[in-house]
Ligand binder design. Structure first.
Ligand SMILES: [Zn+2]
Length: 200
């Protein structure tokens, strides 16, 4: 199945459990925060020393249990590290999704970009590509990527992806698949009789 702009991927639409995932977003966020609190403590100790973490008894709590709190400026520095790491994790998953054959529109939908893309009048796949920071970013063009690089899960080769603006032909927008990559050959099939299949 291909998405509207040439991505070879799974069927478009909410996947199994995706609606539940959205409904549970608040609960998952709390779970992540609980884990990240421990990461934050560890990072603050590394960044600012053990003195930047103190055990305090919450006022009026009455439980007798102490709570670990961090020096707030060290806490901000540690939180910035966590934010950068989370962005890197997201980028890695976007790259894996492209590598697995999901199109940029599919990825944009999961990233929740539909409303933003509509508001600024940009196609969803283009909005998703523009959000990606896993490639070469063109600062002169408003920090949009010129290309994004990922590993094709079918042929194992590193692919340079020039994005949806190159048009729907994967021959023009994806460079680096193995000559016998089944995924790429399938994607190229609609243009196999075209005298210039690499034309955008
Ligand atoms: Zn490939």
């Amino acid at each position: 199945v291909t998405d509207s702009r040439g991505g070879l991927g799974a069927a478009v639409g909410p996947g199994p459990g995706e609606t539940t995932l959205m409904a549970d977003a608040g609960r998952y966020r709390l779970m992540a925060c609980a884990h990240l609190d421990r990461v934050l403590l560890h990072l603050v100790r590394e960044l600012a020393g053990t003195g930047a973490v103190a055990a305090v008894e919450p006022a009026g709590d009455g439980s007798g249990q102490c709570q670990l709190v961090v020096e707030p400026l060290a806490g901000i520095r540690a939180a910035l590290v966590i934010r950068a790491a989370a962005a890197a994790v997201l980028d890695a998953q976007v790259g894996r999704a492209r590598g697995a054959g999901h199109g940029w529109a599919d990825i944009g939908r999961v990233l929740g970009l539909e409303n933003d893309a509509a508001d600024i009048g940009v196609p969803l796949d283009e909005a998703a590509f523009n959000c990606s920071t896993i490639g070469d970013v063109d600062h002169d063009a408003g920090d949009y990527p010129r290309w994004v690089r990922w590993t094709c899960a079918t042929c194992g080769q590193q692919v340079t992806d020039y994005g949806p603006l190159c048009g729907p032909r994967p021959g023009a927008s994806e460079d680096g698949h193995a000559d016998d990559c089944a995924r790429h050959l399938t994607a190229l099939a609609p243009w196999v009789d075209d005298p210039n299949p690499d034309r955008p």
